[in-house]
Design a binder for this molecule. Structure first.
Ligand code: AKG
Length: 277
C-alpha cells in the first residue's frame, strides 16, 4: 500500500533565506528585513481571515479626526490566535518562531502575544518608540515580527528602524506619543542613527528587538495598510517587576504569573524549540 503523505505547510517548514551573518546583523542593527519569509500565496490565504477578524473585533469607532496621535496610527486588535483557528495556525508557525529563536540566539521562544496593526486610509504616523517600554520582562531577548499582508510601498507607511538604536538607553522611558515622536526624532538625528525606511514586497517581513527605536509614516492610500505582528520572547525569560503603569497592565499577557517566574501559562506557549524541532 502506498503511504499518502500530506506536504508540510510552509508555515512549519524552516526558512532557508537566513544568511550565515543574520544573527550578527540583527545584533548589530537591532532589526532585519527578510525577503520571502512566506509566499504571496500563503499571505493571500490568511489576509482575508485576519482582516475580517480585525473588523469583527475592532473597538475603535471614533472618526480619525477625533483621535489622538496614537489612535490615528492604527487599529490594534490583540491575541487574534485565541479567536480564530486559522489565525492560530499562522501565529503558531514554527517557521516564523524558528527565525525569531535564531535571531535572538536562544534555543526556544515563547509567545508574548500577537496583534494586528491596521493603518487605515488617511491614518497618521506611528510615532518613534521602543516596544520594550511596555514589557515587564527580565531581559532584552524578545522581538516582534512585522508581517505586512499586502505589498507595502514607501507611501503606505512601512515600518522603519533606527539602525543600532537598541544599544542606546536614552529615551527608553517614553510611551508612544507626540512626545516620543519629538524627542526620539531628535535623538535619532543627533546620534546619527540611520533611519532605514524600505518598501516591503508581499511575503517580506521584518524582525525588531524590544529596544530598537522604530516608527512609520502615514497611510495616504485609499486602502488600509494591513499588518500582522507576533511578539516572541526567550522561553526562559522571567516576569520582571513593572517599572511603569503600562507594564502593570501588560502583566495581563502572562496571567497568574508572579514576578521572577518563567511565564509558563496557556497564553504563552513555546512556539519553537530547536532541541525538539
Ligand atoms: O505598524 C506600525 O505602524 C507600528 C508597528 C510597531 O510599532 C511594532 O510592530 O512594534
Amino acid at each position: 500500500m502506498t503511504a499518502i503523505t500530506t506536504p508540510a505547510s510552509e508555515l512549519d517548514v524552516p526558512y532557508e533565506g537566513l544568511a550565515p551573518t543574520a544573527t550578527a546583523d540583527f545584533n548589530r542593527d537591532g532589526f532585519i528585513h527578510l525577503s520571502g519569509v512566506l509566499s504571496p500565496e500563503t499571505i493571500a490565504q490568511y489576509e482575508p481571515t485576519i482582516t475580517s477578524e480585525v473588523i469583527r473585533l475592532n473597538t475603535q469607532h471614533l472618526p480619525l479626526a477625533e483621535r489622538d496621535t496614537y489612535g490615528k496610527a492604527f487599529l490594534q486588535v490583540t491575541n487574534l490566535w485565541r479567536e480564530n483557528e486559522k489565525v492560530r495556525r499562522l501565529v503558531f508557525s514554527r517557521r516564523l518562531a524558528g527565525i525569531a529563536a535564531k535571531l535572538l540566539g536562544v534555543h526556544a521562544v515563547r509567545l508574548y502575544h500577537d496583534q494586528a496593526l491596521y493603518k487605515e486610509p488617511g491614518g497618521g504616523i506611528t510615532p518613534w518608540h521602543a516596544d520594550q517600554y511596555y514589557w515587564p520582562l527580565s531581559s532584552d531577548r524578545c522581538l516582534t515580527i512585522w508581517l505586512p499582508l499586502q505589498e507595502t510601498p514607501l507611501d503606505m507607511g512601512p515600518l522603519a528602524f533606527a539602525r543600532g538604536s537598541h544599544n542606546f538607553s536614552y529615551g527608553r522611558d517614553l510611551a508612544i506619543s507626540d512626545e516620543s515622536e519629538a524627542r526620539l526624532a531628535q535623538v535619532v538625528a543627533e546620534q546619527n542613527f540611520e533611519d532605514v525606511v524600505e518598501p516591503f514586497a508581499l511575503g517580506d517581513a521584518s524582525f525588531h528587538r524590544g529596544w530598537t527605536f522604530h516608527h512609520a509614516g502615514p497611510n495616504p492610500a485609499t486602502v488600509p495598510r494591513r499588518v500582522m505582528t507576533v511578539i516572541y520572547m526567550d522561553a526562559d525569560i522571567r516576569v520582571a517587576e513593572p517599572t511603569n503603569d503600562p507594564q502593570v497592565r501588560d502583566r495581563g499577557w502572562m496571567p497568574g504569573t508572579e514576578v521572577g517566574q518563567v511565564p509558563r501559562t496557556p497564553l504563552n506557549p513555546v512556539l519553537y524549540d530547536s532541541r525538539t524541532a
